[in-house]
Design a protein around this ligand. Sequence first.
Ligand SMILES: [Mg+2]
Length: 187
Amino acid sequence: MNVALDLDGTLVDLVGAVNRLTHEEQLDMRLSYNDWASWDMPSILGITYEEFNTLLDRAWKKYYLSMEPLEPRLCEGIKILKEAGHKVIILSNRNIGTHFEALKWLENHKIDYDSVTLNHSGPSKLEYPIDILIDDNPNLVRDMYEYPKKLLYLRDQYWNQDVICPRNVIRVKTVLEACKNISTSKF
Ligand SMILES: [Mg+2]
């Protein structure tokens, strides 16, 4: 199976880095984890989508060497997938301004992927030739009705608590939990 993993909010604690940015720089906001209860953060913050993306990019550029993985055993999870014969694809929506930082982060954290796709304004992640996606984006859940043969593991986050999951969406607390589940499932 082709198993794709998202980066921001799934492997990487980008929120922690953005919070840090708002405390260390002279910005109009000071964020903490409790502020991230919605996917629609631009509306919550009263800024445009572009301004929000600029904030994320700035956090990546400033902190990519110190940004933490969201969980300590990521490498173990990916190893489990590969040993079970799956192909591991990193699939991340981002503009070209943070490609270097993203690739460096993957290298520094020894994420053993087979291929990486950094998609800016291209197709939905679900249109790629993948069988399984591990992601934190709640908007992907409703799209899953159109892809009944694909499986989404929704990585639990503050901002995806309200979605109701159809049969092909499995909520998991960690990426490791998803990897273990995939490796023991009969597809
Ligand atoms: Mg994400």
